[in-house]
Write a new protein. Structure first.
Lengths: 170, 193
């Protein structure tokens, strides 16, 4: 947790990253607010699905978006900082250190979960067991995504701190 | 950093525009798309379940064990709704139909569980209705039951968890769609035409 608060104080002291975080939150919250309730509308996404946004889905949309609002600025900050530091690290180790958090933290994950939970059951009628399983455990799937996103936020926070303080050990 | 912000903002605006265009088209085209899917469905079997065609015979067993067929409802408007008891849109659909049941008195609504529950186990029909829309258990315009395997293969060979057919008093399929909660307007309109 202290890594995250440190990373917040490092990254969000710069105005462009505040704007980026705010933009990311807004865009993804709107996206999830429309996509998540598609589970109640037979996969229809739009204002028709927005009508069915309930408290539970609203909370998940909020949590996904908040995580992304941290992850994107953190990733970009760490990436730019590390790229600008001409250290002796090899390109491979640089890529190895920065790529995993970028991959696991991208908005791709919750988007995929949202699509799977909301739209998948209606898009592929023949895959009965899978669609039934996804529909039955939708809440649990979203909780797992939140946990992964929280872990990703923490990982990215570590990247920010290590990029900021190149001599520190993590 | 500024460049990055400009790129992200532009992408968000362009993406939003495309998405809004698509969802607009999506709403308009729902019925059409459902219809486009149905010819495939109808081609699989000899019986043609398609808008404008006579509805094929369908057999089902009510939750009280009575064996009925669609032809038992001749000269009545019918909504034949096939659902799965694990399906979220079916649960919300049943709730919305219950809320609007007074406006649906002009037709019989046959709510039947798709044979095999669309591939995944779940509650019985009685449990489903009790939990989700209990008032509809005793409502006169509703019949709840389990669809036969044969009828499921004709009406829903793709095993969609939530699909309904609006059949007029002459036995002609007037509309095919899914998710009653999202399409309640046209169901009410059909019931009161």
């Amino acid at each position: 947790m202290s890594n995250i608060t440190k990373a917040i104080s490092i990254v969000f002291r710069l105005r462009p990253y505040i704007v980026l975080g705010f933009l990311s939150f807004s865009v993804f919250f709107i996206l999830y607010a429309f996509v998540l309730p598609a589970t109640y509308t037979g996969g229809r996404i739009g204002f028709v699905s927005l009508r069915f946004l309930n408290f539970k889905l609203g909370v998940f949309a909020f949590l996904f978006s908040v995580a992304i609002a941290f992850i994107i600025p953190f990733s970009i900050y760490a990436f730019r900082k590390k790229a600008s530091q001409k250290t002796s690290a090899t390109a491979g180790s640089f890529a190895g250190s920065i790529l995993p958090p970028l991959l696991c933290c991208s908005p791709f994950l919750p988007s995929l979960a949202a699509l799977i939970g909301g739209v998948f059951p209606f898009a592929f009628g023949a895959l009965g067991f899978l669609q039934g399983f996804i529909a039955t455990y939708e809440t649990q799937i979203y909780i797992v995504v939140v946990v992964i996103l929280a872990y990703s936020t923490w990982q990215n926070a570590k990247q920010v701190i290590s990029a900021e303080c190149n001599v520190c050990e993590f | 950093m500024k460049k990055l912000l400009i790129i992200i903002t532009t992408m968000a605006i362009v993406g939003g525009f495309i998405w809004l265009r698509m969802t607009g088209r999506d709403q308009k085209g729902q019925s059409e798309r459902s219809m486009q899917q149905q010819p495939k469905l109808a081609n699989v079997k000899k019986a043609k379940v398609a808008r404008g065609n006579l509805a094929p015979e369908a057999k089902f067993t009510t939750i009280n064990g009575q064996k009925l067929t669609l032809s038992d409802f001749e000269n009545q408007k019918v909504m034949l709704w096939m659902f799965a008891t694990w399906c979220q849109s079916c649960k919300v659909g049943a709730q919305v139909l219950q809320e609007n049941n007074e406006k649906l008195q002009g037709m019989k609504i046959i709510g039947v569980k798709t044979y095999g529950n669309a591939g995944y186990s779940g509650q019985t029909v009685r449990e489903f209705v009790k939990n989700v829309s209990p008032k509809l258990l005793s409502s006169e315009n509703w019949i709840w039951g389990d669809f036969s395997q044969e009828s499921t293969s004709i009406y829903n060979p793709q095993n969609y968890p939530d699909i309904y057919f609006l059949i007029d008093a002459k036995g002609v399929v007037r509309d095919i769609d899914g998710a009653p909660a999202a399409t309640i307007g046209k169901i009410i309109q059909f019931a009161n035409e």
